[in-house]
Design a protein around this ligand. Structure first.
Ligand code: PEP
Ligand code: MN
Length: 351
């Protein structure tokens, strides 16, 4: 149940509604979502309690969540949400600008980060990626540099002035990953790790939520609901390919899910053309298609020397390939009435 308080409700009135809910044996959680004060109650609530709460003077409306009436839904908010990322909110997802995030799959070393970051910045990426904690299918694969990787990524954030996104894989890491980055990534393998979602949601940092490789659109949106119902409005969805029978691509990029998610939710939706296809020659065509079908941006793997990459080298674009992708994207983005997001200012220095 979502209890939306009237816009004039005071803090005391909010507390007293929460107290009344506790009196009914419920566990209320007060938060502000999309500028509205609300109290979220998980679980099933008896109809008599719903009616009684609805009658309270400081309550504007009570939403018994079933079907479409969720925080992530267009029924809750008709217009597109804009999600601002970075210290000054300089990167905006869901607005007229198409946002390109780029960088290596995994942070490997300072020279590797310098080379990849120099290349993507030169071609106009507005945000950087790089995994420090890598959830790998095999325990024998490179697992990421962990804390040291996070430090190297934060170094690039400082060097370029660009925001960074990085994956967090366990609830206990959320706090320090949030401190060292601008956006938390929840990977496909953790989309339904509900404790991680609650913790990431509560961190207040923007969250990039990748679609589970076998998740329905409904399950993906409900995972986003876990982030939002603890008060986090800054959620960006990412379609990254789903499992199909065809092994000729790594996954199957589901672009219909982008258009459908955009219809169902006000949240921005971006596309990962790298993890979905697994092959560099498919990254550009799928990126152009993503822009054409209404995606709000891309997250692209780039490595200056993919042959030596410790993680997912097979799908990484070289700096030149990334530059060519950015050139090809401009007219497509403009054809759908948008512009490619530009860096307002950056301070590329050496580390
Ligand atoms: C990644 O972006 O580094 C990653 C591991 O992606 P996914 O969770 O989509 O596999
Ligand atoms: Mn990867």
């Amino acid at each position: 149940m979502i209890v939306v308080l009237s816009p004039h409700a005071t803090r005391e009135e909010m507390d007293s509604v929460a107290e009344i809910l506790r009196g009914y044996g419920l566990n209320p959680n007060s938060c502000v979502v999309m500028n509205s004060s609300m109290i979220i109650v998980e679980g099933t609530v008896a109809p008599a309690v719903v009616s009684a709460v609805d009658e309270l003077p400081s309550v504007e409306r009570v939403i018994v969540v079933q079907g479409a009436q969720r925080l992530t839904s267009r029924a809750f908010r008709a217009e597109n949400s804009r999600v601002e990322v970075g210290p000054a909110g300089e990167t905006v997802f869901g607005g007229p600008e198409f946002v390109v995030i780029a960088g290596p799959c995994a942070v490997e070393s300072r020279p590797q980060m310098n080379a990849a970051v120099d290349a993507v910045v030169a071609s106009g990426a507005v945000m950087l990626r790089g995994g420090a904690f890598k959830p790998r299918t095999s325990p024998y694969s490179f697992q990421g540099l962990g804390l040291a990787g996070l430090t190297l990524l934060a170094e690039q954030r400082k060097r370029t002035g660009l925001p960074v996104v990085t994956e967090v894989v366990t609830p206990k890491d959320v706090e320090f990953v949030a401190e060292e980055s601008d956006m938390l990534q929840i990977g496909t393998r953790n989309m339904q790790n509900f404790e991680l979602l609650r913790e990431a949601g509560a961190s207040g940092r923007p969250v990039l939520l990748k679609r589970g490789m076998s998740a329905t659109i409904e399950e993906w949106l409900l995972a986003a609901e876990y982030l939002m119902h603890v008060g986090n409005s800054r959620v960006v969805l990412c379609e990254r390919g789903i499992r199909s029978y065809d092994r000729s691509t790594r996954f199957t990029l589901d672009l219909s899910a982008v258009a459908e998610a955009k219809r169902l939710t006000h949240l921005p939706v971006i596309v990962d053309p790298s993890h979905s296809t697994g092959q560099p020659h498919l990254v550009a065509p799928m990126s152009l298609a993503a822009a054409a079908c209404g995606a709000d941006g891309l997250i692209v793997d780039v490595h200056a020397d993919a042959r030596t990459a410790l993680c997912d080298g097979a799908q990484a674009l070289s700096g030149e390939q990334f530059s060519s992708l950015m050139d090809q994207l401009t007219p497509v983005v403009e054809a759908v009435g948008r512009t490619l997001a530009q860096v307002r200012s950056h301070s590329l220095s050496s580390v």
